[in-house]
Write a protein of this length. Structure first.
Lengths: 423, 368
């Protein structure tokens, strides 16, 4: 266990760290039933506790409810406000409605694959939370390779989406499935390369140690690795099928993508866990880039898990915000973004980080140098993001956003004429 | 390197699809994501309005015109009434004309709101623009309700004028609605026309050259988006449009983006026209008295108005009886649709949806 001075007590009632509570319960079981049982029970308790305490409430209430309310506000409408006070019971009402609905399996569909797909989709959504630390002791499995574990498990829903799309025996579903796979392959590369920069700096793959590293140096990795953060955000939202990149479910094009033939709670599982993955990605992002449960000393006064939840929800809010604002990219544009734009930038970022890390350690510069690195990397990120876009031929000032105005209906107005003023 | 080819297959986009704007169907043959052939299938909403109209009197036909293009009922009423007035030689008093202009321009605002919102929805902006435009459209529909009692199918124009005079508090209420519009258009401008993703999705998609547009007899924003300055309100003025000062916005490339910005600019111009019309609203009668069972002399007449979607024409033939011998509509979105294949083939499925959205079809008008 990591020794931390600010944890004044290890009493079970110390709510700043719920790890104490679960340890107490485990010791009770061990005394009563023997260590073999405790060995089996402990991961179960950890799972149930983390799922019930964090994932389910945040997911249902701040995820489903909050998203619908916020999107409603952005669209100048009210959002759910009928069921319960402020519509707070709406997610429960929706779940009950979905359970009651018939789960239709279309003729010609591959029954077994179609019925297993939601399960395959849900299981990793629970599993990813195993490595996310909620506090100094509150992590179910502090794997030395937590980052790799997260990436591996978070890539599994692609399989489920593909199963769903393939088995539905529907052309729109097939489109969605193909798009999911294409996206995952493209964006996973940039995502992993971006996170490699983080790993190079911190020299660890354990999420807990990444947080402690940020805490010890009093700097968040988002400042040290702004480019990696942006790449992570775009790639994560692409993998999650959130709106600017939701081509796999593109409602206006392919109806609902791989979900077209799903109904009832089978659809509900996909829908709920979509938000579950988004929240997991937000939690992971805030862990890796935003200091996780630490907040410059505030974690000694406020329960660390609360800090993580707030950060996660703020991160998730950005997902909601982009969803409420931006149109969707086309599939070839998305692929182009991944391969032509994000991937080279991630590679350059990796090079820069490696050089900085080498210089830092070889010259024995001390920890204060990270602030210089942060300044360099922020400037570099801006320069690279703008410069590379320009190099790829992006010229926003050449787009005429206002039409030309003509007084008389004289027929064709040649493109280079400035008749009638205009812009 | 050998090229990997997949087998082409047919995807029916519609008749039940979130973005076919009604019951329209594109039978698209796709090779992966590319559309290699597209066929339009229409007629799902055919109600035989043109034939039904031959059985009813001239006044009874006005409600039918509401139901062709249900998003711009005022313009349709106007087009039909103009045709009958031309046939029977009826003059409309100045106040009636001014009210007609106000209503037609309000209708254009409402219809373009709908078109822009639905178009943004087609590009994937998840409901936000459509909600914003609906918010503003709602205020215009309130004005319609205030004047005619109905929001969507207004049935407000009459042969010889309009059905009722404007209510007392219409002018201030209308000014209040109109005042908000320039700011709202700027808001949409910021949200959509300067949005990188929106530009990437619509620029260069569904290009029609000016020559193609003229040859296919396109009209309205479709034609103007291709760079042809043509507007019935200026070229063949009706209802006293010649006294109002406004400009014709024209695009440059004839792509979906240009059609969008042309619509946005047309909304600004409509606001200008309504302001002028409200300022100079004449007094006097709003309608010429016309016998209910109107029997126009033998002959034929074609009247056209610049509807929100383009040249909206009504062709009426009279045999001297109380009902038209032949009643025909020139629906702009039907004719604008004729280049759909040229615009979609070669693009992706997502492009086809954007192109369809940029045409701004109303299936009630296509199928009649």
């Amino acid at each position: 266990m990591i020794w931390l001075p600010f944890l004044v007590s290890e009493h079970w009632w110390d709510l700043r760290d719920l790890g104490n509570l679960s340890r107490e319960i485990l010791e009770l079981i061990e005394r009563g039933l023997g260590s073999e049982v405790a060995y089996i029970v402990s991961p179960l308790i950890g799972f149930v506790a983390s799922f019930l305490l964090f994932v389910l409430p945040t997911q249902l209430y701040l995820g489903v409810y909050g998203e619908r309310r916020l999107i409603g506000r952005m669209q100048s409408r009210l959002g759910p406000n009928r069921v319960g006070k402020f519509g707070l019971l709406q997610p429960i009402a929706d779940a009950i409605k979905l359970i009651q609905k018939e789960a239709i399996t279309p003729r010609g569909a591959d029954r077994w694959v179609m019925w297993t797909a939601p399960v395959v989709f849900v299981a990793p959504a629970v599993l990813v939370w195993a490595v996310i630390p909620f506090g100094p002791n509150m992590v179910i499995a502090d794997l030395p390779t937590g980052l790799v574990y997260y990436l591996a498990v978070a890539a599994l829903p692609v399989l489920a989406a593909f199963m769903a799309g393939w088995s539905s025996n529907n052309k729109y579903s097939l489109f969605g499935a193909m798009r999911v796979v294409a996206m995952a392959i493209s964006y996973e590369v940039a995502l992993v390369l971006a996170l490699l920069g983080v790993v190079l700096f911190t020299q660890t793959l354990s999420l807990q140690e990444i947080i402690l590293w940020q805490r010890d140096l009093d700097i968040w990795l988002v400042f040290l690795q702004p480019l990696a953060f942006i790449i992570y955000f775009i790639s994560a939202s692409a993998e999650l099928n959130r709106t600017p990149t939701d081509i796999a479910e593109a409602e206006s094009e392919i109806v609902a993508g791989y979900l077209t033939e799903y109904s009832g709670m089978k659809w509900g599982l996909f829908y709920g866990m979509d938000i579950g993955y988004a929240i997991a990605a937000a939690a992971f992002g805030s862990t890796v880039f935003l200091g996780g449960w630490s907040f410059f000393g505030l974690e000694e006064w406020v329960p660390p898990w609360l800090i993580l939840i707030v950060k996660t929800q703020l991160f998730y809010f950005v997902f909601i915000w982009t969803r409420g604002t931006l149109p969707r990219l086309r599939i070839d544009q998305l692929m182009g973004l991944a391969w032509k734009y994000l991937l080279p930038l991630a590679a350059v970022n990796l090079l820069v980080v490696a050089a900085e890390r080498l210089w830092w350690k070889e010259a024995e510069l001390g920890d204060g140098i990270v602030y210089l690195f942060a300044a360099i990397n922020i400037v570099l990120a801006v320069v690279l993001l703008v410069g590379w876009a320009r190099a790829l031929g992006y010229r926003p000032e050449r787009v005429r956003t206002r039409p030309r105005l003509v007084k008389e209906p004289l027929g064709y107005v040649p493109a280079d004429s400035s008749a009638g003023g205009g812009q | 390197m050998t090229e990997i080819r997949s087998e082409p297959f047919v995807v029916n986009i519609g008749p039940q699809h979130p973005s076919t704007h009604g019951v329209f169907r594109i039978k698209a043959t796709v090779d992966g994501e590319r559309v290699i052939d597209a066929e339009m299938v229409m007629g799902y909403l055919h109600r035989s309005i043109e034939k039904l109209a031959e059985e009813r009197t001239y006044t009874q036909n006005i409600p039918f015109t509401d139901r062709t293009d249900y998003l711009s009922s005022m313009s349709n009423n106007l087009g039909y009434c103009l045709a009958v007035e031309k046939l029977a030689g009826i003059e409309v008093p100045p106040r009636g004309n001014a009210i007609r202009v106000i209503m037609a321009e309000l209708q254009r605002l409402a219809s373009h709101c709908m078109a822009i919102g639905a178009f943004a929805n087609d590009t994937g902006a998840w409901q936000t623009p459509v909600m914003w435009t609906f918010r503003e459209r709602e205020r215009i529909l309130d004005l319609f309700e205030m004047t005619s009692g109905a929001r969507l199918t207004c049935n407000y124009m009459r042969i010889g004028g309009v059905a009722f005079d404007l209510p007392k508090d219409f002018v201030p209420a209308c000014r209040k609605v109109i005042e908000r519009f320039p700011a709202f258009i700027d808001e949409l401008h910021g949200l959509l026309s300067e949005n990188e993703i929106f530009i990437a999705r619509t620029k260069g998609i569904g290009v029609i050259t000016a020559e193609q547009a003229i040859n296919a007899s396109l009209s309205g924003p479709m034609l103007r988006g291709s760079g042809v300055a043509w507007d019935i309100r200026k070229a063949d003025p009706y209802c006293g449009y010649e006294q109002y000062d406004f400009d014709i916005p024209v695009g440059e490339n004839g792509d979906s983006y240009d059609r969008f910005i042309v619509r946005l600019e047309e909304m600004r111009q409509s606001v200008r026209i309504i302001e002028q019309a409200l300022d100079g609203l004449p007094g006097g009668p709003f309608r010429t008295e016309v016998p209910l069972a109107l029997r126009p002399p033998k002959g034929e007449a074609y009247a056209r108005v610049e509807g929100p979607r383009g040249e909206l024409g009504y062709y009426v033939v009279s045999d001297g009886g109380p009902s038209p011998f032949r009643f025909h509509i020139r629906p702009p979105s039907f004719i604008n649709l004729s280049l759909l294949k040229e615009m979609t083939v070669g693009g992706t499925v997502a492009d086809a949806i954007v192109v369809l959205g940029s045409i701004d079809i109303v299936v009630g008008e296509i199928d009649r």
